[in-house]
Design a binder for this molecule. Structure first.
Ligand code: HSE
Length: 308
């Protein structure tokens, strides 16, 4: 096999109270990348569709380039690959655009080399890509994009990730307003210390969400989707955030918060029908204040990155 077409999903990171430690995969949108072996060593990046023209083509400045170079340095230094991007997830959207590309490149190359590493062993390499996008090798987008499902990062040192069972019908509504928030900027505005009383509430919500997901307790999931540390600061970067969240809850969402570093906003819902209704209300609320927005409705994608 000389080339392989890879689909890599968008992801919702943080999931309210789980900053940098929780995320889940969506079924749509997803990035499409053709990974091709080349006779030359190294990585070459081609923006085939020309979408998102600001995407860096220099491998060391591109999340997928960095991730794949890190993988090759360790696994197969003599090999070279071309990554032909047919990118669909807009950079700076808050739904793991950089993560999807990094995961696609490494997963495709590993496949073409006959899978020298298992899927879960690719995680440290794809995390390296995130250092370009945000300055920090966080795993809450790349984890679910690579492994599928809902991922808890129990620890970074040592790396310890756990896949959490989720209720079959649980559905996300994700609204992407057409403004850009750079992850690096959204991290720079965060405070470095938290109040103990806020930390206690956040720990309760983090554990509550995991318990709610595993027990299939929709009420507990809803009550736990509450971020008292990050959301109050980052929401100022998203015009209309308060109104969109209120609209989601009024329309029947279990809970609602910022997706990753924003500007996308996600809600979790008891089923797809409610998620569709909630998505329509969230989108209409953004549009009422003059911000066009795309809406996605998806169950939690159990599969993650795959060969198309
Ligand atoms: N956990 C990261 C952050 C996700 O919130 O900065 C970035 O998509």
């Amino acid at each position: 096999m000389q080339e392989v077409l890879v689909h890599s999903p968008a992801t919702v990171a943080n999931v309210a109270a789980g900053f940098d430690i929780m995320g889940f995969a969506l079924a749509n949108p997803y990035d499409e990348i053709l990974v091709r072996k080349t006779p030359e060593k190294g990585v070459r990046i081609v923006n085939e569709t020309g979408t998102f023209p600001n995407m860096p083509l220099e491998p060391l400045k591109n999340t997928a380039g960095i991730a794949l170079l890190t993988y090759l340095a360790k696994v197969k230094p003599d090999c070279g690959f071309e990554l032909v991007f047919k990118k669909k997830i807009k950079p700076g959207s808050g739904i793991g655009s950089s993560a999807a590309s990094a995961v696609a490149g490494v997963f495709g190359a590993n496949e073409l080399l006959g899978n020298p590493l298992k899927r879960e062993e690719l995680l440290p390499f794809v995390m390296e890509g995130e250092t370009v996008a945000s300055g920090v090798a966080h795993a809450d987008n790349v984890g679910p994009a690579l492994l599928g499902g809902f991922i808890l990062v129990r620890s970074y040192t040592p790396l310890d990730v756990v896949k959490i069972d989720t209720p079959e019908n649980l559905a996300a509504a994700v609204i992407h307003p057409q403004i850009e928030v750079r992850t690096e900027d959204a991290r720079a505005i965060l405070r470095k210390e938290v109040l103990l009383k806020n930390a206690i509430q956040q720990w309760g919500n983090t554990a509550g969400l995991i318990a709610g997901l595993m027990k299939g307790d929709m009420g507990l999931i809803g009550r736990s989707l509450d971020d008292v540390i990050i959301e109050p600061i980052r929401s100022i970067l998203i015009p209309g955030f308060k109104e969109v969240k209120a609209a989601a809850l009024k329309a029947g969402a279990l809970g609602c918060s910022i997706s990753g570093s924003g500007p996308s906003i996600f809600s979790l819902n008891e089923n797809v029908e409610i998620a569709e209704k909630v998505a329509a209300e969230m989108k209409a609320t953004f549009e009422a204040i003059g911000i066009p927005a795309n809406a996605y409705v998806s169950k939690i994608n159990p599969e993650g990155v795959k060969i198309a």
